[in-house]
Design a protein. Structure first.
Length: 232
């Protein structure tokens, strides 16, 4: 049996279910954060696609962690899983996501301010980047995706509850990952690249677009944080 009645394979059903969810809902909820981050870091098309992929990789890892926990403690979940038990986790995850978003927005603004005060000195890379590691890995985009993925979307909750009777821990991880991959193959990937391409076509406004992107991230994070606190 599968979440999609026409498909007998649950893993294929998880992938297609993620793709269907990603076509509209996931893109609409995640794109404002991704686009703001792309604007804040001054990314072009290629970098915009890379940021979107990194963001989605963070979400997929979060889904895998959740799937693994559900598989490991499936007996407890059968007894205690309900809307009332999931709701507090959702609220605390939303608080964490809001805080991470505010920190990343503030970090981008801080880098912009540092660049402005040091603009008399030669700068090897004129573009303002997100926080990247030694090998160019974008920890800012990854952190956004990871913290966003911990806010479990309703289809994923339904998928994991559905998998309780038959899935092993690895099976639950596989279902969650396939669902996440399905959401990744969605318009958000192309739209992330297009956002970078469009913003890169306005070099005269790059600084202000970066400030606006960072400011929107802080605003989105603040709204998420306040909303979650109120609902606790």
């Amino acid at each position: 049996m599968s979440l999609i009645p026409q498909l007998s394979n649950p893993y294929l059903g998880a992938l297609i279910g993620g793709l269907t969810y990603g076509l509209a809902v996931c893109t609409a909820t995640c794109l404002p954060y991704v686009a703001s981050y792309i604007a804040g870091t001054g990314a072009n098309f290629r970098k915009g696609v890379g940021i979107t992929l990194t963001f989605n990789s963070g979400r997929i890892i979060a889904y895998a962690l959740i799937g693994g926990l559900v598989g490991l403690f499936s007996g407890l979940f059968r007894l205690f899983v309900s809307a009332s038990t999931i709701s507090p986790f959702q609220m605390y995850s939303s608080i964490a996501f809001g805080i991470v978003t505010i920190i990343i927005g503030g970090y981008i603004l801080l880098k912009l301010k540092t660049k402005t005060t040091c603009n008399a000195q030669p700068i090897p890379n004129p573009r303002v980047n997100g926080k990247t590691g030694r090998f160019g890995f974008d920890y800012g985009a990854f952190s956004l995706g990871l913290s966003r993925g911990l806010i479990i979307c309703p289809p994923l909750i339904a998928l994991l509850i559905y998998s309780l009777p038959f899935a092993s821990p690895l099976g639950s991880v596989g279902l969650a990952v396939l669902f996440g991959l399905g959401t990744t193959i969605s318009p958000i990937l192309l739209l992330g690249g297009l956002t970078g391409w469009l913003l890169h076509k306005a070099p005269l406004f790059k600084k202000w677009l970066s400030i606006a992107g960072a400011g929107i991230l802080i605003l989105l994070g603040t709204v998420t944080l306040i909303t979650a606190i109120i609902q606790l």
